[in-house]
Design a binder for this molecule. Structure first.
Ligand code: SPV
Ligand code: MG
Length: 431
């Protein structure tokens, strides 16, 4: 009896999966791998049912002989163990980032004469509805809100990218890349005060009010499923902050980051070039404690951002504040720096971790951008935020297009760099 292997990365068994199993059975005994949570999250959506339930779904299919765990998106481990005569998959892996998986399988089967079977991918009304329903469920506040904590416990480092409207939300949601044989995507979204303000042509000084910031969140949540980290600036008055916490929780936001500054807030990347005042440990701790008291769910996180390095107050001050803010109830610490060299950030992380092994650390490597995610993770960082790169890349592109249309008195010269009309209309999902 020949052995046929396929891997499932799904929460629901639909016609498409049954068709694959049915085809597979024609070639021999069918072994199905169920992709682990960690591997699934890496390139697909977050599971809506547990790993054990996903295994059970597959076990319940009568034509399946055996179910195994597949711990990696790539097939090296399972092929070495099972030596399948055939690997069968929907032909959707012939194109796009998933082609890297097919290439991996082809290279593994080739030495011993194993074969790939590509079956036509089933995409009918039923499959589309199933897909829509899972996405809609993932987007619900009660599911989305807790996902940041879940990701922190599963991912070596959680990667968030800045979004400030529906379209940037879609980029964060849908971008999956293959590079050096690995697939990757962003885990979460950052609603930056800088970029939210910039998109409205306003300075980043807490001028754009909370009602408007909430509308941005609403625009993003309408079209995405990934968890949201909200840049709450200073958090405002403690009396106002408690309301903000409740509203964000209700909207399904996972975390707010507030910075220990007071008075007229300016963007941290100005550093000491402008007047900025750091809040006292006592006041800021009271704000955190009030927010924690107002919070209704266990899912939501209040993360304290420390500006001591930005304001050149020294490492000791940063560490003292970090421990004090954790004591006040902070669920995470963001440490910021505007130095190009990441040394002070790493020193902070090492010293903080020497005393505190668990509280998540967040960093925003806009200035110290040579450091890799793996290096940050080695120093105990849990969340990395790419805080403004989408806005900064879009702006020069739009400016150049505007200049060139003015220069040539027509749009033909800019056409080569534009997203084709067909792509822009298919970018937006229809229900
Ligand atoms: C933001 O993105 O608005 C931030 C990060 O607060 S920074 O601009 O680096 O201060
Ligand atoms: Mg900000």
């Amino acid at each position: 009896m020949k052995r046929v292997y396929t891997c499932f990365c799904t929460d629901v068994i639909h016609e498409g999966h049954l068709n694959i199993i049915h085809e597979a059975r024609k070639y021999g005994e069918v072994v199905v791998g169920v992709l682990s949570d960690a591997a699934m999250i890496r390139f697909n959506r977050f599971p809506t049912v547990s790993f054990e339930e996903r295994v059970q779904l597959v076990k319940d299919i009568p034509e399946v002989s055996n179910v195994v765990i597949q711990n990696d998106v790539m097939y090296d481990e399972v092929v070495a163990e099972l030596h399948p005569d055939y690997v069968i998959h929907g032909d959707n892996w012939l194109h796009g980032p998933m082609k890297a998986i097919r290439d991996n399988v082809a290279a593994l089967l080739e030495p011993y004469g194993g074969e790939i079977i590509d079956v036509p991918y089933t995409y009918n009304e039923d499959v589309k509805n199933t897909d829509d329903r899972i996405k809609a469920k993932l987007a619900m506040p009660e599911y989305r809100r807790k996902r940041l904590k879940q990701l922190i416990s599963i991912r070596p480092i959680v990667k968030a990218i800045e979004v400030h409207n529906g379209i940037t939300g879609l980029i964060a949601e849908k971008t999956v890349v293959e590079h050096n044989g690995e697939l990757d995507q962003f885990d979460a979204m950052w609603i930056s005060s800088l970029c939210d303000s910039t998109a409205k042509g306003k300075p980043d000084i807490e001028l754009v009010d909370m009602t408007s910031r909430f509308q941005t969140i609403n625009d993003v949540t309408e079209v995405t499923t990934k968890p949201i980290i909200f840049d709450g600036d200073t958090g405002g008055l403690t009396e106002h902050f408690v309301y903000t916490v409740r509203t964000l929780e209700k909207m399904g936001v996972s975390a707010i980051i507030i910075e220990d500054k007071t008075g007229l807030k300016k963007n941290s990347l100005f550093g000491t070039e402008v007047k900025q005042t750091q809040d006292s440990i006592e006041n800021f701790s009271a704000k955190i404690a009030a927010g924690k008291k107002a919070q209704l769910t266990d899912d939501f996180m209040i993360i304290a951002r420390i500006e001591s390095l930005i304001l050149e107050q020294g490492m000791e001050d940063a560490l003292t504040r970090a421990h004090a803010f954790v004591k006040a109830g902070a669920d995470g610490i963001m440490i910021h720096s505007r130095k190009k060299d990441p040394t002070e950030i790493l020193e902070f992380c090492d010293q903080f971790r020497a005393e505190n092994k668990t509280t998540p650390i967040v960093v925003v490597p806009s200035s110290f951008n040579t450091i890799t995610e793996a290096e940050l993770a080695e120093h105990g960082v849990n969340i990395v935020i790419y805080a403004n790169q989408l806005t900064r890349s879009a702006f020069p592109a739009m400016k150049k297009t505007a200049e060139d249309i003015l220069k040539y008195h027509r749009a033909k010269e800019v056409d080569d760099r534009l997203l084709p009309i067909k792509d822009i209309i298919t970018l937006i999902d229809e229900i």
